[in-house]
Every structure is written in C-alpha cells, then in structure tokens.
Design a protein. Structure first.
Length: 257
C-alpha cells in the first residue's frame, strides 16, 4: 500500500466541494481498496501513545463556531480491535495503550469521509505522545512498515505549514495567497522530502525563521514524520493539493508509493 500525508485544513472540507476534496477523491481512485485504515491525526495528542480499540468509535466534533451541517456529520466506520492489538504488539519503542472510549477526531474523519464516504473500511487512530521529541515519532513510524504489506492504508493528517495566529482571514478566498516565509518553508520541506533528507525535517526547530513561523507548535507537522519514516528505496514520491490558504496554512500533501 502507499502511504499518505494529507493537509487537512479547515473542518469545512468535510462538507464543502473544492479542489482539495476533489483531489482526495482522485487519489482514492488510484489506491487498491485497503483492508483497514490507520490514521495519525494532529488532533489527538495524549500522554503516551494510544490506539483506538472500540469496535464502533464515535465521531468527535472537536471544534467550535461552525455551521450546524458540520456537527450533523457522523462517520460510522467500524473500528478494528484485532488490528489495534496487532499494532500494539509490533510497536516495541514504547508501551502503547488501548483507548476504547476514544472516537474519530475531525483531523481523521474530515478527510477519510471524503475518500471513503461509505464508511465501509475499518478505521483506527494512533495518537501523538506530546511528551516525545520528533525523532521518537519518526522511529515509531518505522515500526509500522509491516502494515503496508498487510493491506492497511496509513494516513497522516495535519498541515506542513500551520500558523493560525498569522492567517489572513480576509484572504481565504484569494487564489494561492501566501506569505514569503510560508513559501520558503513549504518549498524547503518539499526539497528535503524529495532528497530523502529526513534529518532536517526531524530537526525542524534548527532550520531557521521560516520553519519557526511555519511550525509554531508541532502537532500538525509531526504526522508527516510518521509517513516519511515509512518510505522505502523503491517508493515514488508525489505532491498534491500544493496550495496555501490564508497566507499561512499549506494544504500540501504527500503520496509515497
């Protein structure tokens, strides 16, 4: 199976029709139907690494101030407790705990629901341990490699450039409006991904002012490290939805394999 990093952007992508949603659908058409999906979302941070283990996870509306239509969405995909246990056993870097109360956050269902609207593929989530450094997350991602051979689609959901404090709300509809630092950071990230220079991305806090502005907090960037860790020597790399929204939010997404 390929692996994907999806720039998820606004929760409104769950109900709007736009170029991002269209491209997610197109990508889905090129992927063999997965047996299950594992999502690593920016919106589940926890003390320790955790996996959803419920057979029927709820849909979490973890946002505020949006239209009622967004809160009315429920993505009824089944969980997969057996797969969660299998993943737990393969992750030796840390003691992964099961969470049978956790549902799907919007970083997960807002994108997965547009790719697989029938909700007929089992879905589980792996949390981000907020105590850990980027190298930990990259190394943990490597331990997921066997899932690719088992027909599991691994999806990281976040944003490579994500600075909501600096977003130009009056420019949200402006075509590809972007701050210079956001362009610089996004281009550098893509060049490091293409060259396989993952170390610079793991050490993103040492890459200068553009990276500091692009990644003021780590949670939207860290899912990318899980996906990069899964690349093997024979994989192709491609980018899609390579557009910046509001100056400081890149929707740039990555397919590996």
């Amino acid at each position: 199976m390929p692996v994907l990093f999806l720039g998820h952007g606004s929760p409104m992508n769950a109900i709007e029709e736009n170029i991002f949603v269209q491209t997610w659908r197109e990508i889905e058409q090129t992927i063999t139907r997965p047996k299950a999906i594992l999502c690593i979302s920016a919106h589940w941070e926890s003390k320790g690494s955790m996996l959803t283990s419920s057979a029927h996870p709820a849909t979490i509306h973890d946002f505020g101030g949006f239209p009622k239509a967004l809160y009315d969405i429920h993505y009824p995909a089944n969980g997969n407790p057996e797969l969660a246990l299998s993943i737990q056993s393969m992750l030796s870097k840390t003691n992964v705990e099961m969470d049978d109360a956790r549902g799907f956050d919007h970083g997960c269902w807002s994108v997965i629901s547009r790719m697989y609207p029938n909700a007929d593929i089992p879905l589980i989530q792996l949390s981000l341990d907020y105590r850990q450094k980027p190298q930990f997350h990259y190394d943990l991602g490597k331990e997921l490699a066997a899932l690719r051979e088992q027909g599991v689609l691994i999806v990281g959901s976040g944003n490579m450039v994500h600075n909501l404090a600096m977003i130009a709300w009056d420019k949200l509809s402006a075509s590809a409006y972007s701050y210079d630092w956001a362009v610089e950071a996004n281009n550098l990230m893509k060049s490091y991904i293409l060259s396989g220079d993952h170390h610079k991305l793991i050490e993103y806090q040492s890459q200068g002012e553009a990276f500091d502005l692009a990644i003021p907090t780590p949670e939207h960037f860290i899912p990318l490290l899980y996906i990069l860790a899964l690349k093997n020597d024979s994989d192709d790399i491609s980018f899609f939805n390579d557009i910046t929204v509001g100056g400081s939010l890149s929707m740039t997404s990555v397919r590996i394999g």
